[in-house]
Design a protein around this ligand. Structure first.
Ligand code: BGC
Length: 711
């Protein structure tokens, strides 16, 4: 009792804020714990908690998915929903949408808001954000990630983490690493070159640790170079903990642990998701975990040093000190007006206007016209399904509801047109939609993918790049009857847009969460001028994508193993370098206004390592609306001694420019960020010589280039 009060006092006393003291206190607590108690802290005690030590007032850790809202409560020891009535939450837009905003301030706001909801729901660890790199449009989980570019992802993940953690809730960045497809995710062994590893797949994780100070990381399901990533010596011990100095907790993906010795020695701290076994113990059924009884036995018998266990527990206590034992952490809030405003802002800023022939959009909402809304996605709930990111949204405005509210002077009629339900009669649906289309002034076709298995959903990949349920045929048929058609794609992945010439406008609308319908309607009516940019390329055909170009061994592999033969040339790096145009390129996104970008310059022509290249430009809004534009700076090495992408994103700035106004912008690029990973010396190296700086508003729309030299 005495010890318990003493420890609690230490945790909540002000001296606890001092760093060295904190570590001493942690050491002191560890000295008072039994092996049993310490081992129990290193594995699950229920589906989403790990054990504390009640005797000493050490709390249990509560974790929750992530990453778009706080998941409803799950039963203690099975995957059923607990059916609580107080776990309705705000559904924030999917991370692909956040990435498409190209707006770090919004990312911080997102983190802050979701962190507040996590805190309110009493969660210590938020299982997110997800930052795996988009390699193939078939990956079922791309919607939970931030696209194909390591620089964009790194830039946006840091403020998200900071926002979450300001609430005294740990961000658990996932899935580390190379979990770039869902097919065979539990066992596929990924082979990838060091260059691609360090230049493409790891930078966002590194930024999360070194700049975002993430307090937790989730190891992924797949294998890398023969070892499962939740206990992978190279990824966890050598790179994460040693090279990057990560002082937080490594949590396994749920059921991602397969071996006791590796779990002990290869950098894992908390094992989660290994099924319990009541035949071992009714009270402690998770003792069967790899880091359970067998771990304890190895320590007691001297086979494993207790110091290894102590390191894990030190990390866990450190995380607790930052979260549940931080007396200064705020209380959080849920479903607040502010959270919905944040969700709406991100949704509207992330929607991408892909195409807009003759300024078909926006549609004047004062007009007394007939609007035909066609497509299942106009009504389908998208916060349900998709796997662990599924939510119990307190509110989810459907596109149809949003459109009806916004265009209240128009007659809005709805027809489903196609169905994801194979039992529904699609001929009848089609007929009805065509009839509606014939008499309408304009058509909003609202389709895309959904959160069902084999669409945008965890644990399976898409089977085809095409729009499912014969949507392209339907679009084709409708367009023959009525040309005034805008397609609103709801998806977290690129889809085949071989029908794009049949329609006037295309919006890429993502999974937008609670405010989805209002956000889409605001863009359609011009209440908000679109400013989103694609965080990944839309190849014309699947074989134009780098992962698919190299055939089966590259994607999806042979069932056991796969080789990332595309190396560093992922996404637009591939399209640019190989001169394979995409239907819509990375960074592409139109506005209802027009911009002119000119006077591109650099502050010097020659730079040395450690300096910053300052790129300046002027941007003028030459159209009829106020609007935001994303100025993008890509850099490519001329005559490199190694293979390089033609150009890589190294800086960007989103700027609001009022109608007829001109703004000056400056973007800084550290010379060190031009380095490539030299496999010969296992280190980063900045090559001397000439580099081309490309400035534009999309990877495939460069307005000006200048040459700078690194000496
Ligand atoms: C997913 C993780 C998730 C975990 C817990 C796993 O299947 O891969 O992203 O956090 O389940 O739900």
């Amino acid at each position: 009792m005495y010890i318990r009060i003493f420890l609690l006092f230490l945790f909540i006393s002000p001296i606890f804020l001092l760093n060295a003291q904190e570590e001493i206190i942690i050491d002191d607590i560890i000295s008072k714990l039994t092996i049993r108690e310490k081992v129990a802290m290193c594995h699950a005690q229920s589906k989403f908690t790990s054990a504390g030590v009640p005797r000493l007032g050490i709390p249990e850790l509560y974790m929750s998915d992530g990453p778009h809202g706080i998941r409803p409560e799950i039963n203690w020891d099975d995957w059923g929903y607990a059916d609580w009535t107080n776990d309705y939450v705000t559904a924030f837009p999917a991370l692909t949408c956040l990435a498409a905003t190209f707006n770090s301030n919004l990312s911080y706001e997102y983190g802050l808001a979701i962190g507040e909801e996590a805190r309110y729901r009493n969660k210590d660890v938020l299982l997110g954000p997800g930052i795996n790199i988009y390699r193939t449009p078939l990956n079922g989980r791309n919607f939970e990630y931030m696209g194909e570019d390591p620089f964009l992802t790194s830039t946006l993940v840091v403020p998200y983490i900071k926002g979450v953690q300001e609430n005294g809730v740990a961000a658990c960045v996932k899935h580390y690493a190379l979990n770039n497809q869902e097919l065979w995710r539990g066992h596929i062994n990924v082979e990838v070159s060091d260059r691609a590893l360090y230049e493409i797949y790891l930078p966002a994780f590194k930024a999360s640790v070194k700049k975002g100070n993430a307090w937790a990381i989730m190891g992924s399901y797949n294998k890398f170079r023969g070892q499962h990533c939740s206990h992978n010596d190279l990824l966890l011990n050598k790179i994460l903990k040693k090279m990057w100095g990560f002082d937080g907790v490594v949590i396994s993906d749920w059921g991602g642990v397969h071996d006791t010795d590796q779990a002990i020695n290869n950098g894992l701290d908390i094992e989660m998701g290994t099924p319990s076994d009541k035949s071992i113990s009714k009270r402690f059924p998770y003792d069967n975990n790899f880091l359970g009884k067998s771990f304890e036995k190895k320590i007691i018998e001297g086979e494993v040093k207790e110091a290894i266990l102590d390191d894990k527990v030190t990390r866990i206590l450190r995380l607790m000190k930052r979260t549940s034992l931080n007396k200064n952490r705020p209380f959080g809030s849920i479903n607040s007006k502010k959270h919905y405003e944040t969700a709406y802002k991100i949704a509207t800023e992330g929607i991408v206007l892909l195409k807009n022939t003759n300024n078909f959009l926006p549609i004047d909402k004062e007009k007394k016209i007939t609007i035909a809304v066609i497509g299942e996605n106009a009504k389908k709930r998208m916060t349900i399904g998709g796997g662990s990111s599924e939510l119990k949204a307190d509110k989810e405005i459907s596109p149809l509801a949003g459109i009806k509210k916004e265009f209240n002077n128009a007659i809005v009629k709805y027809s489903k047109g196609y169905s994801s339900n194979i039992n529904e009669n699609t001929n009848d649906l089609k007929k009805e939609a065509l009839l509606l289309a014939k008499d309408a002034d304009i058509i909003f076709f609202i389709g895309g993918l959904n959160k069902d298995s084999f669409q945008d959903s965890e644990a399976s990949d898409r089977k085809s790049y095409d729009l499912p349920y014969d949507q392209s045929k339907l679009i084709d048929k409708i367009s023959k009857i009525n040309k005034n058609i805008a397609v609103i794609l709801i998806s977290g992945n690129a889809v085949n847009t071989n029908w794009k010439n049949d329609v006037k406008s295309i919006l890429q609308s993502w999974y937008l969460g609670s405010e989805a319908g209002y956000a889409i309607a605001s863009i359609l009516s011009g209440k908000v001028n679109p400013s989103g940019k694609l965080p990944f390329s839309f190849p014309s055909e699947l074989k134009d994508n780098s992962a698919h170009y190299f055939g089966k061994l590259s994607y999806p592999g042979d069932g056991l193993s796969q080789s990332y033969m595309d190396g560093i040339l992922v996404g637009y790096r591939w399209h640019d370098t190989k001169k394979i145009g995409a239907s819509f390129g990375f960074g592409h996104g139109l506005s209802y206004t027009s911009f002119e970008l000119f006077d591109v310059n650099s502050n010097k022509r020659k730079y040395t390592k450690g300096e910053n290249i300052e790129i300046s430009a002027k941007i003028k809004n030459t159209g009829k609306y106020d609007g935001k534009e994303v100025v993008q700076v890509y850099v490519g090495k001329v005559n490199s001694k190694v293979d390089r992408a033609l150009k890589e994103l190294k800086g960007f700035k989103k700027i609001n420019v009022r109608e007829n106004q001109l703004e000056n912008i400056k973007i800084h690029i550290p010379v060190n960020s031009l380095a490539y990973y030299n496999e010969m010396i296992s280190d980063w190296q900045v090559e001397k010589g000439d580099y081309i700086v490309y400035v534009g508003n999309a990877s495939d729309n460069i307005c000006d280039k200048i040459v700078v030299t690194i000496i």
